[in-house]
Design a binder for this molecule. Structure first.
Ligand code: UDX
Ligand code: UDX
Length: 463
């Protein structure tokens, strides 16, 4: 039986190992994490992350060939394993050289050193965390300094799953990317991991490259996806000025096969743990390599995203007679996108913080993400009302802002909601999921993204 260890049971490590264990009963998969509460949650019915289909996969594999453990026994686990996935977090560095941009590799390096300390037999070490290009080289240096002659093959196998669709993305990936050294043992290591994925992924979808191409491809994939959103969001601003409709524009351009229809939904901005972090990292690497023009080009994707959030809030302020002070505002959505409880870099929290600055009376409403939102907002949380029920959240509110595209927000009884609100009632649809004409007919003043607003009074917009 092959023995797989994963270090880090987060959004990536947990679901990925669950799917591997499900499809590969002939492998034993152990996942360790330093966070004991998280491990306890993985071993309970209340999994630590909300992800459609995850529970079913866990139910099949957990206790059979999938085990979640705290890292107290990490020494023993490292020595036991043949294959070690490293899926610890690599946040943006908050201090020192490259602060605010470079990736903080302290957890990765600590993990590499633990592996070095405890391994007594050859291992394949796999980078699952997104890392700056050529990190694997540094890791190889650390690992292969050992005096006991143990062979370590470092591979890069970036994860492309998106939250909310993690299980589907893992079950039917567009591709699996495996990068390794072009040496006999590097190639053998690649083949071992190709065989692992080939248990359920068609071989033609498993791409093998050199190590650096694999590491860079992950950053570039995220940068391209984010760039598309910033591009359509830039156009949404122009649509609002010209009365073009951004959805019509997106559809019209997306039918061109060369452009394609995906990731062209204009929104209040992109969030999530990856896009911003990975672009900052790409920018930093470009600067380090003496490519300031390239760095600036990608930086602009982030600038546009910040602009979109700020523009959304400015629109709320101007539309509501230049003052939000003391007004109850219901924010529908805290998660950075639908079908996840994750609030990392959520545009909803950006809007929430700015509305607090405006001294609005903010009510945050989300079916799964309120607890994470409360933690992320930290001391500002005490100024926010957390209400899971949208009808309660909207009661007495002057405005609603849709910030996450949860499907059920589109299916509420807005007639009832309108009647319970302060009037004139405003609705700002930061995700374009509502029926704007129907809301307008109910009496709402409606402000979509990238479309002309529907107002019951002539407002003389200044934005
Ligand atoms: C992580 C990386 O942040 C990202 O760059 C990569 O693309 C995928 O893996 P994610 O799984 O979302 O993303 O991170 P997170 O949910 O924070 O999980 C990391 C886990 O590692 C945490 O549960 C943390 O407790 C654990 N960890 C971290 C360890 O067990 N040991 C450590 O030394 C550090
Ligand atoms: C992303 C990548 O898609 C995934 O391949 C990578 O492994 C991790 O980063 P994720 O952050 O989970 O995944 O979500 P994604 O679906 O990409 O959405 C990111 C953000 O962009 C969300 O805030 C989402 O609401 C927003 N978005 C997405 C838009 O605003 N418009 C779109 O058209 C698509």
């Amino acid at each position: 039986m092959r023995k797989i260890l994963c270090i880090g049971a987060g959004y990536v490590g947990g679901p990925t190992m669950a799917v591997i264990a499900k499809h590969c009963p002939q492998y034993e998969v152990r996942v360790v994490d330093m966070n004991a509460d998280r491990v306890a949650a993985w071993n309970s019915d209340q999994l630590p992350i909300y992800e459609p289909g995850l529970k079913d996969v866990i139910d099949i594999a957990r206790g059979r060939n999938l085990f979640f453990l705290t890292d107290e026994t990490i020494a023993e686990q490292i020595d036991w394993a043949d294959i070690i996935f490293v899926s610890v977090n690599t946040p943006t560095k908050a201090f020192g050289l490259g602060a605010g941009r470079a990736a903080d590799l302290q957890f990765w390096e600590k993990t590499a050193r633990q592996i070095l300390q405890h391994a007594t037999s050859p291992k394949i070490i796999i980078e699952k965390s997104t890392l700056p290009v050529r990190t694997a080289e540094a890791m190889s240096h650390i690992l292969n300094t050992n005096s006991i002659g143990v062979q370590f093959d470092v591979l890069s196998n970036p994860e492309f799953l998106a939250e909310g669709s993690a299980i589907r993305d893992l079950e039917e990936p567009d591709r699996v990317l495996i990068g390794g050294h072009n040496t006999p043992s590097g190639q053998r290591a690649i083949e071992t991991i190709v065989e692992l994925y080939a248990n359920w992924v068609p071989r033609e979808k498993i791409i093998t490259t050199n190590l650096w191409s694999s590491e860079l491809s992950k950053l570039v994939a995220n940068a391209f996806l984010a760039q598309r959103i910033s591009s359509i969001n830039a156009i949404s601003a122009l649509c609002e000025k010209t009365e073009a409709d951004v959805e019509e524009v997106a559809f019209a351009i997306g039918t061109d096969k060369r452009i394609g229809p995906h990731f062209l939904r204009a929104s209040v901005g992109f969030g999530g743990s990856c896009f911003k972090k990975d672009i900052l990292n790409l920018v930093y690497i470009c600067e380090q390599q003496g490519l300031p023009e390239v760095a600036e080009y990608w930086q602009q994707v982030l600038k546009m995203n910040e602009y979109q959030g700020a523009r959304f809030v400015a629109n709320m302020v101007h539309s509501m007679f230049n003052s939000l002070s003391g007004k109850r505002i219901a924010l529908f959505g805290a998660a950075f996108k639908a079908n996840t409880s994750d609030t990392r870099e959520s545009p909803a929290l950006v809007v929430c913080r700015e509305l607090l600055e405006e001294r609005a009376d903010v009510v945050l409403c989300d079916p799964h993400a309120l607890e994470n939102a409360r933690q992320d907002l930290d001391e500002q949380a005490e100024k926010v009302n957390f209400v899971a029920d949208p009808y309660q959240a909207a009661k007495g509110a002057h405005a609603i802002a849709i910030l996450t595209e949860w499907a059920h927000f589109a299916n509420l009884d807005y007639h009832q909601i309108y009647n319970s609100m302060a009037h004139p009632a405003f609705i700002f649809d930061g995700r374009n999921i509502l029926d704007h004409q129907a809301l307008f007919k109910l009496g709402f003043n409606v402000y979509p993204i990238g479309k002309a607003p529907l107002q019951h009074f002539n407002h003389g917009r200044t934005w």
